[in-house]
Design a protein around this ligand. Structure first.
Ligand code: KG4
Ligand code: ZN
Length: 346
């Protein structure tokens, strides 16, 4: 059974084909980063228009490259939310159109569930149950994951997401969008500690995060210490260290609290090498293992959407349920999007 997956929640158009027997057949991605760069962030209307331009040609290119005929596709999965409403609507409308034309079901997928399950795409995959850290531009959440679809929120950000803290701090330093990779690159040339930034909620008993104070602290530091662009590598290293310290401490605390020995990290910020290193070291001391998505699949992509749908279908099949009615819906029923959608509503 082959599933076509479509991702269009923000600034990446992603399409993928996943075969329940053979695994990922292929995926295609178009990033809008260059288009949004000059505005210093994503411009929603431009994002929607670009998704419209890209999604069908990308799908055709993928079908040609994998040698799959559209008649071989059994279901179309799409990101239903959370994300930018206009951008989501493009993916939802496209998926519904294709499903309607091919007379096959539609599978709506939660974007963060796509991220969450993406580390399971690797040959060496984590086993349930595990603790998951979801870190992206819009989310910073710790979840207890007992099985497909069984997610309990352990901790959340009370304000900004970790990716947002990277992006906003980068902007203050005049770095390009997205800020995470720009800060990580600059940090390689600097050292943390010369400037002192706060580690919000580092020692709080809960598993929540707070990153909104960080950008203010960065701004204050630049003004108070008259930080010049030549000093930015040290400041970038400190920003990264502050975010990584907090993320890592809370992950380890979640492992201790649950008693689990497996941590799964996903979302755009999971590409951060300093974070990976710190988590691997910390988990080792607890006798725990850490899993990340393949680097190429940390950011938004269609593969994680097709894959999450495949896991949901497989799960329904294993439970003896009809996936067409439990996981999927008829294209004739129309479609909707959920720009705001909590994972514990799944
Ligand atoms: O998951 P994602 O691609 O999109 C959302 O769903 O938000 O995550 C994007 C976020 C951005 O904030 C970006 O700055 C951050 O991930 N990011 C990174 C790195 N690569 C991407 N943050 C830190 N280090 C990186 N290497
Ligand atoms: Zn994402």
């Amino acid at each position: 059974m082959i599933i076509l997956g479509i991702e269009s929640s923000c600034d990446e158009t992603g399409v993928a084909l996943y075969d329940l027997d053979k695994g990922l057949l292929g995926h295609r991605l178009h990033s809008q980063i260059q288009m949004h760069e000059r505005y210093g962030g994503v411009v929603p209307e431009l994002a929607s228009r670009d998704h419209i331009r890209r999604v069908i040609p990308l799908t055709e290119e993928l079908l040609a490259a994998t040698g799959i005929d559209r008649s071989q596709i059994s279901a179309v999965a799409f990101t239903q939310g959370p994300g930018l409403s206009g951008a989501l609507l493009v993916g939802a409308a496209t998926a519904t159109g294709i499903a309607h034309a091919l007379n096959i079901p539609l599978i709506p997928i939660h974007h963060m569930e796509g991220h969450l399950l993406s580390p399971l795409l690797d040959a060496e995959k984590p086993n349930f149950p595990f603790v998951s850290l979801l870190v992206s531009g819009g989310h910073t959440q710790l979840l207890q994951v007992d099985a497909i679809g069984q997610y309990t929120l352990l901790g959340d950000t009370v304000d900004d997401a970790a990716g947002e803290a990277f992006d906003k701090s980068a902007k203050l330093m005049g770095l390009s969008y997205p800020g995470g990779p720009a800060i990580a690159k600059l940090a390689l040339e600097g050292k943390p500690g010369r400037y002192k930034l706060p580690r919000p909620k580092l020692h709080s008993a809960d598993l929540d995060f707070s990153f909104s104070g960080l950008k203010t602290a960065v701004l204050t530091t630049i003004k108070r210490d008259v930080v010049m662009p030549t000093d930015y590598p040290d400041l970038a290293a400190e920003v990264q260290a502050a975010i990584v310290d907090v993320l890592s401490a809370k992950c380890l605390k979640a492992l201790e609290q649950t008693g689990f020995k497996t941590l799964v990290v996903a979302g755009g910020v999971s590409a951060n090498l300093a974070l990976r290193e710190k988590l691997l070291g910390g988990a080792k001391k607890l006798g725990a293992r850490v899993f990340f998505p393949p680097l190429a699949l940390c950011s938004d992509n269609g593969a994680m959407i097709a894959f999450a749908a495949a896991l949901r279908v497989q799960d329904a099949m294993q439970k003896g349920l009809d996936w067409r009615t439990t996981v999927a819906q008829s294209a004739l029923a129309g479609f909707d999007v959920k720009p705001r959608w909590a994972m514990n509503q799944l």
